[in-house]
Write a protein that binds this ligand. Structure first.
Ligand code: ADP
Ligand code: MG
Length: 286
């Protein structure tokens, strides 16, 4: 179990995290927030590589500071901007990382298994410098899960992947998340829809909410509307409401929008989604 107790972080005059209190058990936690909300800062602090300005991170009741290396061994971390040795081959890099992690020598079978799972087995002997962005991304994911660490921290793991690779990575992460804590930072709602047990909403360094996705979606009941308007009214609606989507139609526009009450006559309520909730929370800073 991981606990963040009153974690704050300041970079000079910029406050990146403001007294964050959360408790994480096992399963996938989505850390959802727009760019600059403090996701990477929080992940670096949980990974134990960035000291907080204030507060403590506890692992099973003990501060990670006091656990030191014992804690670091339990962490698999995929940073947002991975720095990997360009002259290593993909396979050698993973073998090297597994030695650094103190894993048993000769666990080549695990390395080969993971290479297959992230669909890099065909380029296992290629130099990292010759891999595409998406391939490097998957190699970085592979090193994070090597050795089945108890806590897996993934900072925007699907950035730069195409839809098929995204789905493959999602499935892979869901599978390895059993009996483990996975923290997955993203600003892409569909990435974590359907697989996160809880969503931690981070806005300008503050945790706005932490709850199961279904619970967050429920909060939007009665707040999402379908409205049919003529073109000339569009500007007025954009000024008054947060618009989730606009679909052109023969005689005007069909809008999906957020409103606390029925916005106009003829507006019909819609079943909310997690994306609606994202817009509800973050719409003012998009
Ligand atoms: P996210 O990962 O959600 O995009 P970050 O944790 O990277 O957010 O950044 C949170 C805030 O802290 C931003 O305002 C960012 O500019 C600032 N920040 C992050 N890292 C540094 C740093 N090393 N020095 C100064 N400011 C930083
Ligand atoms: Mg980030």
């Amino acid at each position: 179990m991981l606990e963040l107790k009153k974690i704050s972080k300041k970079y000079g005059r910029v406050t990146a995290l403001k007294s964050v209190n959360i408790t994480l058990g096992s399963g996938i936690y989505a850390l959802l927030g727009p760019n600059g909300s403090g996701k990477s800062t929080m992940m670096n602090i949980i990974a134990g590589i960035l000291p907080p300005s204030d507060g403590e991170v506890l692992y099973n009741g003990q501060t990670i500071r006091s656990l030191g290396l014992m804690y670091r061994e339990k962490i698999g971390y995929m940073p947002q901007y991975p720095g990997m040795y360009p002259s290593f081959t993909a396979r050698d890099f993973l073998l090297y990382m597994s030695e650094l992690k103190g894993l048993r020598r000769g666990n080549e079978s695990e390395v080969d298994y993971i290479l297959r799972r992230v669909e890099l087995d065909d380029c296992a002997d290629r130099k990292i410098s010759a891999l595409s962005g998406g391939m490097k991304q998957r190699l970085s994911l592979a090193q994070a899960v090597l050795g089945s660490p108890e806590i897996i921290i993934l900072d925007e793991p699907t950035a730069g992947l195409d839809p098929k690779q995204r789905i493959a990575v999602r499935n892979f992460i869901s599978e390895i998340a059993v009996d483990r804590t996975v923290l997955w930072a993203t600003h892409i709602v569909p990435d974590i829809e359907g697989i996160a047990r809880d969503v931690v909403l981070l806005k300008q360094g503050e945790v706005m909410d932490i709850a199961a996705p279904e619970k967050l979606i429920k909060k939007m009941n009665g707040r999402v509307w379908s409205v049919h308007i003529e073109h000339y009214a569009a500007e007025d609606f954009r000024r008054k409401y947060r618009i989730c989507s606009t679909v052109p139609e023969a005689d005007g526009l069909s809008l999906r929008l957020l409103s606390e009450v029925q916005p106009c006559e003829g507006a019909a309520p819609l079943a909310p989604t997690l994306e609606d909730y994202y817009l509800y929370i973050f719409g003012d800073i998009l």
